[in-house]
Design a protein around this ligand. Sequence first.
Ligand SMILES: Cc1cc2nc3c(=O)[nH]c(=O)nc-3n(C[C@H](O)[C@H](O)[C@H](O)COP(=O)(O)O)c2cc1C
Length: 205
Amino acid sequence: MILRKNETGSIPVHELIQRRWSPRDFSPLGVEREKLSALFQAAQSTPSSFNEQPWAYIVAAKENPTDFERILNALAPRNQEWAQHAPVLIVSLAKQNFEVDGRTNHHALYDLGAASAHLTFQATALGLHVHQMGGFSREKIKEEFSVPQGFEPIAVLAVGYFDETKSQPTAIRKRKPLKDFVFESHWGVSSPSVIIEKQKKFNLN
Ligand SMILES: Cc1cc2nc3c(=O)[nH]c(=O)nc-3n(C[C@H](O)[C@H](O)[C@H](O)COP(=O)(O)O)c2cc1C
């Protein structure tokens, strides 16, 4: 299913969701300290299983070139090509066991993903963009930053302002239609309660 970047489907969703996308062209403009702090306060507010908050982040702004390079060098070459222009790189990490009794936390990745989504939408609200990456060496990050056992680096996030002079956010979104992932009564049966055909005008209020 093809959607334009400013669309989500038959019903308009919140404009923050419509506006979010992952650019590769970042402006060299730095991210204000208060905005950077707001991103992590958004992550902090995320719900998590047993309120474990099994997330951690390692931040490197370009003003600190040594740390920035340490994260950049861990990226896959194809990601380094564009991510080197982002003003901030962030590693997200998941804590795999519960603090209280060491049991495996089967929701750690789920919760980290939710925290990073909170961070991302806060960034969108502040006019910033986030481009997440799975293409990096977890081992390099562990070694470079002496990551303790039990924490797993999961993604690297490039954060900054989109450089509109280099490209336009006109690319299309490719997304699975709702009928392929929202089921009812039986696995694989598209949910009639949820799926609405394309409408010309629809007001959620
Ligand atoms: C966990 C995760 C890993 C990703 N890894 C990469 C990556 O290594 N390189 C890259 O260019 N984009 C990467 N992406 C970006 C996705 O390709 C992108 O989000 C997807 O194509 C949808 O585009 P949109 O974010 O602009 O809507 C990743 C996204 C996520 C959430």
